[in-house]
Design a protein around this ligand. Structure first.
Ligand SMILES: *[C@@H]1O[C@H](CO)[C@@H](O)[C@H](O)[C@H]1NC(C)=O
Length: 447
């Protein structure tokens, strides 16, 4: 009897649990698919965040971004198919869905809003768009950049999806209204999510939506001391390299005394003055004390001595100069690098490995501006990214070697960068020897 009862109880128990599971699945299905507020895509996160947030605004009140967000999430884009019959043959996709693939290696969900604010300016394709990244604490220094450059700027603004989100949006609108030059030159793309410092993804966003053929990867607190636009127009050689897809480096400096770095109006505009300041130890190549490999491959000694564009001869995987590049045909920054450390270097390394050479501009230079905002805790991610970068270099070397082997480019000029960097890696040359056995078919003949 007792046994039978126990059996019955456990039987019932199972049904209760099962019933609970079934009803909760049904309930969440209804909730997910039935809720008008909840978007199907990346915006779902924001909608959910918003509903808890809206309590703070008083019952039922939606914050301004909640309302905008519904509109953004309804945005669709059209993909044209080849038209074969009479019927128009287009396919539409939700923009959010498409963007989740465009930034598919980033942490998801992440809401990307291209051209949240779009400049009125129309730009010549030959111009260089500055691409940079900001959070709200960089607004003031960003404004300086805009006033100084007076050319196209594509900026990614990251807004954390938390209780302060709407204040950040309000601050952005205030910023845009405070300076007419922003309306003229600056496209603001907004990324809203809960992941700090997806720096490479943000870089890719700014580049993808840049509106000219060339872009500069720039950190927002650097001051462009020279008339870069003018110099690029005049320098035939530099233009030629750029058109061919090469990277053009602007040497970067910093003041030894932080106070000298506060007011960009006092910065030198001519490299002769830079040379004197460096001799007087007032100015030094950027990070030459903290992290010399970051910039020394630019060869500052040579830079003082020459008036011509010259090639970077001692590229290494720690090199992270500020560069101008062609928007199309350049590898994208690997979005798996999140947080500080190695992200820009990894991006520039892949660009180099892919066969793109680096050249230093002889007249132009940047100076780092000292800033009051705190350096956030940066050390945490560095170690992790250091290890990721080490694995990444192995991966890149093998991947590009394989591509180049199959394209029969492994013994051409295009592979020289790859060969010079990758042969330092253990096992790389042995792997190369295995290639002919791994792919039985002969690579196509050289044309
Ligand atoms: C810098 O350039 C000078 C002069 O061309 C050259 O002798 C030197 O080896 C170069 N140094 C590096 C680190 O590339």
């Amino acid at each position: 009897m007792a046994v039978a009862l126990r059996n019955l109880l456990s039987y019932l128990c199972r049904y209760v649990v099962l019933g609970f599971l079934v009803s909760s699945v049904v309930y969440s299905t209804i909730f997910l698919f039935g809720s008008e507020n909840l978007q199907k895509n990346a915006a779902g996160l924001i909608q959910k965040g918003a509903s808890s947030l809206s309590n703070g605004y008083g019952s039922g009140n939606q914050s301004p971004f909640d309302i905008e967000n519904v509109r953004y999430s309804a945005q669709q884009m059209t993909v044209q198919a080849v038209r074969r019959g009479k019927e128009p043959n287009a396919h539409t996709i939700y923009e959010d869905f498409y963007l989740s693939k465009a930034f598919g290696n980033a942490m998801q969900p992440s809401k990307v809003i291209p051209y949240y604010l779009k400049a009125e300016g129309v730009f010549d394709k030959e111009e260089v768009t500055i691409t940079t990244l900001i959070t709200e604490n960089r607004f003031e220094v960003f404004k300086k950049l805009v006033r100084n450059y007076r050319g196209p700027i594509s900026v990614t603004l990251w807004i954390r999806d938390d209780d302060f989100r709407d204040q950040h949006f309000a601050a952005l609108h205030a910023l845009y209204a405070s300076e007419p030059l922003l309306r003229q030159y600056v496209d603001v793309h907004v990324v809203v999510d809960r992941f700090d410092f997806q720096l490479n993804m943000w870089r890719n966003v700014a580049r993808l939506f840049a509106r000219t053929d060339y872009f500069m990867l720039l950190d927002v607190d650097f001051h462009i001391c020279t008339d870069l636009k003018q110099h690029l127009r005049e320098n035939e050689m530099a233009r030629k390299f750029l058109r061919e897809g090469a990277a053009l480096v602007l040497p970067a400096f910093e003041f030894t005394d932080e106070r000298d770095g506060e007011d960009s109006a006092t910065f030198p505009k001519d490299k002769r003055v830079v040379e004197k300041l460096v001799q007087g130890k007032k100015l030094v190549p950027f990070h030459s004390v903290k992290f010399a490999p970051g910039h020394e491959a630019s060869n500052y000694t040579k830079w003082y001595a020459t008036d011509d564009v010259y090639q970077v001869m001692s590229f290494n995987w720690k090199y992270e100069p500020y560069v101008v590049l062609r928007r199309e045909g350049t590898p994208w920054c690997d979005e798996r690098f999140v947080g500080y450390g190695a992200n820009k270097a990894a991006c520039l390394y892949e660009i180099y490995i892919s066969g793109i050479d680096y050249y230093v501009l002889p007249q132009d230079f940047l100076i780092h501006q000292s800033h009051a905002y705190p350096e956030s805790k940066r050390s945490g991610g560095r170690k992790l990214n250091g290890e990721l970068y080490s694995a990444f270099r192995d991966e890149l070397c093998l991947r590009y070697a394989k591509y180049m082997y199959l394209a029969n480019e492994l013994y051409t000029h295009k592979a020289e960068n790859l060969m010079s960097q990758c042969k330092q890696l253990k096992g790389f040359e042995d792997a190369l020897k295995e290639f002919p056995r791994m792919w039985k078919s002969e690579p196509p003949p050289l044309i």
